[in-house]
Design a protein around this ligand. Sequence first.
Ligand SMILES: [Zn+2]
Length: 416
Amino acid sequence: MGAMAVDKNPTVLRQLRYGNMERVLEVLRRKGPSSRADVATATGLSRTTLSGIVGRLLADNVLLEESAPLDGARAGRGRPVHRLTLNPSSAQAVGIEMGRERLRVAIANAAHEVTASGGVHRPNRGSAREQADCALALLRDLAEREGIDLAGLSGVGIGTPGPGETTGGGTGPLGDAPGVPRHRQSVADRVAASLDVPVLADNNTRLAALGEAIWGAARGAGDALHVTLSYGVGGGLVAQGRLFRGAQGAAGEIGHISVDPEGARCWCGGHGCLEQAASVPALLRAAGRRSWSRFTEALAAGEERACAALERAACAVGRALAAACSTANPQRVVLGGEIAELGPLFLDPAEAAFRRYTAARVSRGVRFVPAALADRAGALGALALVFHESPLLAGYPTRGAAAPGVADGASAVAAS
Ligand SMILES: [Zn+2]
């Protein structure tokens, strides 16, 4: 295969360029500041190729070239040694979550450290174009405020609600994947065109599962099931450190496991789904309360109807988790969302029901943990999608501990 084939296929050319660039960055991540000669040796790239890549990375501010302090023996002799180092203020990847009620952005540098994150609470309505522009405005505000340079950006991950498989936007490697909601594709295309980088997009709850697996409550557990119990019930399955999607991209959708054979028809087409028994609206209906705050007040007062409703929901969650864990056999079950945030009042009966309905061998190996990243999980998962699953970038965050402590500029960043 000659150069002609490469020229005809911009994706292949782009992957080749990104591949070599990523090899250079990987060496600097691993070895720290290094001379050009050391980078050439470690990557096996020719002087000419390396010079082109380094020139571009310096121009984009991804790398800095510094004069190394000379040691005594070499002082005053020969030329000073120049060393290449990763610029901590340059963004390599961006993660965006457009939840139903919030918009969040996280930025990471080439050392795979999360350098900024922020967000706004707002309903994500309007056209795909408006939503994408809003996210881009938030990203640019955040970058400007934190002094982060976006010129060297290599990829963006986006999480949006709704089913469907991973999709690539615009210049992305996957093109127009079938079965992807048109809205998600349009958002990805708009962001890709505006920033001129590849974009990967996926379901936001599934990305939260990946975020918790890389940076949060399931860190270090290769196999984890993530469940969000909120206004809907969503989930994601991480197997051997990667998102497991299944044939239709619906793997881990625990909210639509049937827990009541006599149950009403669900919007998904099934009957008696977990979401109809253990979501916020289901609890409010069962307890006869109008708002979540009224419901939690009733629980705090020990009101019988509210407590019984929560107990029934916890049992339903435990039984559904028993079915899911018997199939997937994870090490951790991560529980997030308003209902899980009620704490032991909900988690204890849910876990008790789970243990009752699960084979001892599976049950023994599973630990229940509350979600750790709160509403940052989706945006961090979108970052992990770029680092961890993109065909363009090798490797994944190895300094995950940096994420939970990252400064959060939520209140200071305004949406446009
Ligand atoms: Zn359903």
